[in-house]
Design a protein around this ligand. Structure first.
Ligand SMILES: Cc1cc2nc3c(=O)[nH]c(=O)nc-3n(C[C@H](O)[C@H](O)[C@H](O)COP(=O)(O)OP(=O)(O)OC[C@H]3O[C@@H](n4cnc5c(N)ncnc54)[C@H](O)[C@@H]3O)c2cc1C
Length: 385
């Protein structure tokens, strides 16, 4: 039976990021098998994130911005991001760069197919794929079934960030290429967290995305109707053509994640809880996680010596999810308060779980207090969703 030092069960964003980080580290003599049923390469998603530490894979950042716009019915502001940048990575650029590097690496092999089963003991893991069984020193598992998430229920929140985005080209110059819009609440919310997200590429071209944080998906026609209404009535666009489309569903859950799934298996990516429950952002968190795993492998010869999640972060995510779930009609008010009453760097640090206790209290003091007290009572005292 063939033995590999590392097996990636899933070669999407997390599996490729980790393999890329390993290949670029001192672990160059190690063998890596990446198993995935899909051939990556299409521009199947666009990743955006904010950072002030530079970019983990600098060559693939297609745009970055130093200003972010927030718009609600009662307030609008363009934030100068200071030390931060809001960066965009196109899926096809990420796959091209990581696959090029990994395909040239002598220790890396790819297998097209599914991982069916992983069993591990003290010595090694046995990974059964559709085609064979291999042995592995360590397995990194990023398999994730969206259909299985749809059916999950229990004492936790299982919201979804779901969105449909169109890349539109307009006849008139209508977009400000220097200012992406993180939130625009100026369309009907139907008592839910619903907003528009606009990434401008130039004055006549932008990704316009209708985004919801809620429990149920919409019909295709509802997403389409909302985007058409936004373009016509809010952005003032009369003539346009759709040149590309993107859609997605990202889990937003506070269900605790067991990262060490076996003696030799670590969950990574979405499966490993790298999606921030209250925002749906995962790209930067996954890159940081890949670097931490590499450090653990180098120092400890195992991948489990990872930073513990900051205390209290899960409780805050739970409260935000609860407010969006039970009091969705307050979402615009809550987000307006968060952006209006906090310096932007404090807010971004808060969303990155990097604030000090005093800064965290300051952020929580900026939101309408009663709904959050009710959320705390329901989730932490009554232990209900
Ligand atoms: C359209 C879209 C846009 C997003 N935009 C952003 C963004 O702007 N910023 C951000 O931070 N996050 C964003 N996200 C969230 C998150 O970053 C992505 O979902 C990211 O791809 C998660 O990485 P992953 O490796 O966990 O999952 P994936 O990239 O989906 O990779 C999982 C892989 O596992 C494979 N697989 C499944 N089952 C098996 C099996 N049995 N055996 C082997 N392989 C298997 C799949 O084929 C897939 O390739 C976005 C998500 C989507 C869907």
């Amino acid at each position: 039976m063939r033995r590999y030092d590392y097996v990636m069960a899933g070669g999407g964003m997390a599996g490729l990021s980790l393999a890329y980080a390993i290949a670029g580290s001192g672990l160059t003599d190690k063998s890596i098998l990446i198993v995935d049923p899909e051939t990556k390469g299409e521009n199947d998603r666009t990743w955006c994130y904010w950072t002030r530490d530079g970019h983990p894979i600098e060559a693939i950042v297609s745009r970055d911005w130093s200003v972010l716009r927030f718009v609600s019915h009662s307030w609008a502001h363009d934030f100068d991001l200071g030390d931060y940048r809001y960066a965009m990575v196109r899926g096809e650029d990420f796959y091209r760069e990581t696959l090029d590097r990994l395909e040239r690496h002598p220790g890396v092999e790819f297998e097209r197919g599914r991982v069916l089963r992983i069993e591990d003991d003290e010595e090694c893991a046995r990974v059964e794929t559709e085609h064979r069984t291999v042995l592995a020193g360590w397995v990194f598992d990023s398999r994730f079934e969206p259909q299985e998430y749809e059916q999950r229920c229990g004492p936790h929140h299982y919201l979804k960030q779901h969105f449909v985005g169109w890349v539109v080209e307009t006849a008139q110059p209508v977009f400000d290429p220097h200012t992406p819009t993180l939130f625009d609440f100026r369309t009907p919310a139907h008592d839910e967290m619903r907003f528009f997200y606009v990434m401008p590429f130039c004055e006549r071209r932008a990704l316009v995305e209708y985004t919801l944080f809620s429990a149920e998906l919409l019909s295709d026609a509802e997403y389409v109707r909302a985007i058409e209404t936004y373009l016509r009535e809010v952005a003032g666009v009369t003539e346009y053509r759709v040149v590309d489309r993107e859609r997605g569903v990202i889990p937003m859950t506070d269900e605790p994640v067991v990262r060490r799934e076996g003696r030799r298996t670590l969950a990574i990516g979405t499966r490993g809880g790298r999606v921030k429950a209250s925002t749906g952002y995962a790209f930067r968190r996954t890159q940081l996680d890949s670097q931490a795993i590499v450090q653990s492998l180098l120092r400890r010869d195992h991948p489990f010596d990872l930073p513990a999640p900051p205390r209290g972060a899960r409780m805050l995510d739970t409260m935000l999810l609860q407010v969006m779930y039970r009091r969705g009609e307050l979402s615009e008010r809550v987000f307006t308060a968060l952006f209006r009453r906090n310096p932007i760097d404090r807010l971004l640090r808060f969303l990155d779980e990097e604030t000090s206790p005093a800064q965290t209290i300051a952020v929580m003091a900026s939101v309408p207090i009663l709904p959050f007290l009710a959320a705390f009572w329901r989730t932490h005292v009554l232990k209900r969703v």
